[in-house]
Design a protein around this ligand. Structure first.
Ligand code: SF4
Ligand code: SF4
Ligand code: FES
Length: 333
């Protein structure tokens, strides 16, 4: 039997609400979402909360705990003092539906506006090949669980509802960067779109988004600042993390207007003008003399866990039993 602790939980809907006080049992090792569930089970069965995985992977349980945007399922009760009141409120940037559940459809709309991954025309399935360096480049951004805590904390939309039309937010800047870094994406540069349609210039690299990201993605440094366009929609000179906002002779840099001018202005400051769409080393697909890809992986001998094919199947499998990408017999060419 644990101890009773004091909680304040916001109850209400779009028409208004208030914090309500509860005394709820807390046991060793529990997280805030456990307490919310116990509250539902014992005192407030109609309390609305969104959650799914309880493992920090689905991004559903975003909430504000003692005023800080957090995942309920990853916030241990041991984070707080034994006599501290724990206040749980819905994320503030999105409209409340009920209690702790908000309408995050703003984010889905912004996701739809971003051009999707587009492989070059004519590239067939099975011809996608990436080098490890290419995988690593965008791996950080792929960790995003779409909890939207970064969106919630970004003051550009948190404090200015009117900016929501013109600002996509940090989650979608990393998505754009990730797609531009993909070596097979043929859509073209998304940086112009980030400037002209997604409002990346509103960002003043406060790094609040980076601070709250539960996946520790360096949103500001590795996606936004590296885009070389931050702050350019305002009268501010271009800046990047850790660099002074002035030209090399000490005078303030002038706002640039075109992508080329922006890049040149950034270079003139001696800053790293990293581009999302970086050059990657050229390489040829590892095809055999018949123009087909080898079956190295399927035929390699390596130790593994229990086979999903059943324990009566021996590996390497006979080549005739493999139904994809195996070399044709000479008379089938
Ligand atoms: S760094 Fe930019 S995107 Fe991130 S919270 Fe600050 S203003 Fe928003
Ligand atoms: S970037 Fe981080 S904070 Fe933003 S949605 Fe993804 S996981 Fe959440
Ligand atoms: S319940 Fe899935 S991240 Fe918290």
């Amino acid at each position: 039997m644990g101890e009773k602790r004091h909680f304040q939980v916001w109850r209400g809907d779009e028409s208004g609400g208030q914090l309500e006080d509860f005394q709820v049992e807390v046991n060793e090792g529990e997280v805030v979402l456990d307490i919310i569930h116990r509250l539902q089970a014992t005192q407030a069965p109609d309390l609305a909360v969104r959650w799914n995985c309880k493992a920090g992977k689905c991004g559903s349980c975003s909430m504000e705990i003692n005023g800080k945007p957090r995942l309920g399922c990853m916030t241990r009760m041991s984070t707080f003092g034994e006599t501290e009141t724990v206040t749980v409120t819905p994320v503030r940037t999105f409209p409340v539906i009920r209690d702790l559940v908000t309408d995050v459809s703003f984010n889905y709309q912004k996701a739809r506006e971003l051009p999707a991954f587009a492989p070059p025309p004519g590239l067939a399935l099975g011809e996608y090949r990436m080098q490890q360096v290419d995988v690593e480049r965008s791996q950080e951004f792929r960790k995003c669980i779409e909890c939207f805590l970064c969106q919630n904390v970004c003051h550009v939309i948190r404090d200015h509802e009117e900016n929501k039309t013109n600002f996509a937010g940090p989650r979608f800047f990393i998505r754009a960067a990730e797609l531009d870094m993909h070596p097979l994406d043929a859509r073209g540069d998304r940086q112009d779109m980030a400037i002209e349609e997604q409002g990346i210039g509103y960002c003043n690299i406060t790094k609040c988004c980076t601070e709250v990201c539960p996946e520790h993605i360096k949103i500001t440094d590795n996606a936004i600042a590296s885009s070389s366009v931050v702050g350019l929609s305002s009268a501010d000179p271009p800046v990047s993390a850790g660099s002074p906002a002035a030209s090399t002779d000490g005078s303030p840099a002038s706002p640039a207007t075109t992508p080329a001018e922006r890049a040149a202005a950034t270079d003139a400051q001696g800053e790293i003008s990293t581009n999302w769409h970086r050059e990657t080393p050229g390489y040829a697909p590892a095809v055999g003399p018949d123009g087909k890809l080898p079956v190295t992986e399927a035929t390699a001998e390596f130790a593994g866990a229990s086979s999903p094919f059943g324990d009566d199947v021996d590996f390497p499998m006979p080549i005739e039993d493999i139904s994809y990408q195996h070399p044709s017999k000479p008379d089938e060419h």
